[in-house]
Write a protein that binds this ligand. Structure first.
Ligand code: LLP
Length: 417
């Protein structure tokens, strides 16, 4: 198993796993577990790979993947914008230093309060998902004496060939407006006094390892762009969403931003709009790991259970999508065991890894769950009254706790009776 294929900043040194130069054994002892650890260099490199492959594009980092303020700050420093899906994410993106004029806002259920907030902040554009949303936005913009810039999120009906729960561009999904109906919707939107039509948006799905669906979607978008142009509707931005897959299983072969550019850019020749991309997972996913500590070992029916202090409240992906996350021991060891790695939650489904071969571990040893930098902490919960994990950024041999571990009082927000 080649650790470096997950991240060039992940390696065993002096008997312990290191990330971005930091000894994780030491870090885990000092900060406690469970703890999410993000490599600043990994995240920067990913953003730079996008910027190099797509020279003039706006890279709007999808903050839903990892909204840690330290991570957003790195994205801001690298010149990224942000793709957001709620008022709260816009608020966070701004706090992390992303300028409002680089923020795009999608989502099928934006509330009036969220729309008004985004209008006040004067974000780059709303990626509108329904005709009714456009009408409401027009009214709200009018009440504020503003014009709302919009893209229509079109649903190109392509099969992204990914997990059904994260496929969004299919006809039957709740997202976007049917591409065949789009022209009509654009015409109506252009006639509204407080709406300025500026873009076309689409996002077909997440964790795509085969890039051909991107090609198919972009062809459909370019066709729409031309039809809109013929109607006198000027499109300034083409936003093709996120979705590039990352390595989860050791055998996964993963496309790069350059591979994506090779498919997409030739199809955009002659198009005079600025390209926007919304990568989330491919920026942060392999730039993060979750460290957890072994609490107990138990043998049952010839099966070895390694019981750790992270559960599906910390990392939901395995329980929710049946996702595979590779798990390695923080202390380097030679002897191997096969086991189920399970969390402390009161549900049978609280399994982080099934039938895994790992180095033989003992009570108080640490395990690192890889590819956990995207859709990890952000999907965590307080189920079973469990405080959420701490978050740490590592960079060139030093670390910083960007989000301290919560405690029980933090969770008890309600009034004591
Ligand atoms: N843009 C839009 C409009 C999106 O809905 C998403 C992800 C992205 C961009 C970023 O996609 P990415 O580059 O990260 O693939 N919780 C699931 C993933 C849900 C993705 C939702 N939308 C998981 O853990 O796999």
């Amino acid at each position: 198993m080649v650790l470096k294929e997950y991240s060039p900043y992940l390696e065993y040194k002096d008997g312990a796993l290191h990330f971005d130069g930091v000894n994780l054994l030491k870090l885990a002892k000092e900060v406690g577990t469970p703890v999410y650890v993000y490599s600043a260099n990994h995240i920067r490199d990913q953003i730079r790979a996008y910027k190099k492959a797509f020279l003039d594009a706006l890279i709007a980092y999808a903050v839903k993947a990892n909204f840690n303020l330290g991570v957003i700050k790195i994205a801001a420093e690298e010149g990224c914008g942000a793709d957001t899906v709620s008022g709260g994410e816009i608020y966070r993106a701004l706090k992390g230093g992303i300028p409002a004029d680089k923020i795009v806002y999608a989502g099928v259920g934006k509330t009036d309060q969220e729309l008004l907030f985004a209008l006040e902040e004067d974000i780059l554009m709303f990626n509108a998902e329904s005709e009714m949303e456009i009408e409401v936005l027009n009214e709200l913009a009018k009440s504020k004496g503003k014009k709302a810039r919009i893209a229509v999120r079109v649903n190109p009906d392509v099969d992204p060939k990914t997990h059904p729960k994260i496929a969004t561009g299919l006809k039957k999904s709740k997202f976007g407006i049917d591409i065949h109906k789009a022209l009509e919707v654009y015409k109506r939107a252009s006639s509204l006094p407080n709406i300025e039509v500026v873009g076309i948006h689409c996002h077909i799905g997440s964790q795509l390892l085969d890039l051909s669906p991107f090609g198919e979607a972009v062809e459909k978008i370019v066709d729409l762009y031309k039809r809109l142009k013929a109607e006198g509707i000027d499109i300034k931005y083409i936003d093709i969403g996120g979705g590039l897959g990352i390595k989860y299983k050791p055998e996964d072969r993963v496309p790069t931003p350059q591979d994506l550019a090779d498919i997409v850019l030739p199809k955009l020749k002659g198009v005079e709009a600025q390209l926007i991309l919304e990568p989330g997972r491919s920026i942060a996913g392999n730039g993060g790991i979750l460290i957890t500590q072994v609490q107990f070992l138990k043998e049952k029916d010839d099966k070895l259970f390694v019981i750790v202090d992270a559960g599906f409240n910390d990392l939901l992906r395995p329980a929710m999508y049946g996702s595979y996350h590779h798990i390695v021991s923080v202390r380097e060891g030679k002897e191997k065991v096969v086991c189920d790695i399970v969390g402390p939650i009161c549900e049978t489904g609280d399994i982080l890894g099934e039938n895994r071969e790992i180095c033989k571990v003992e009570r108080k040893d640490y395990l690192a769950i890889l590819s956990a930098g995207a859709y990890g902490f952000v999907m965590s919960s307080h189920y079973n009254m469990r405080p959420r994990a701490a978050e740490v950024i590592v960079e060139n041999g030093s670390y910083k706790v960007t989000r301290p571990r919560e405690n029980w009082d933090y969770i008890i927000w309600e009034e004591t009776p």
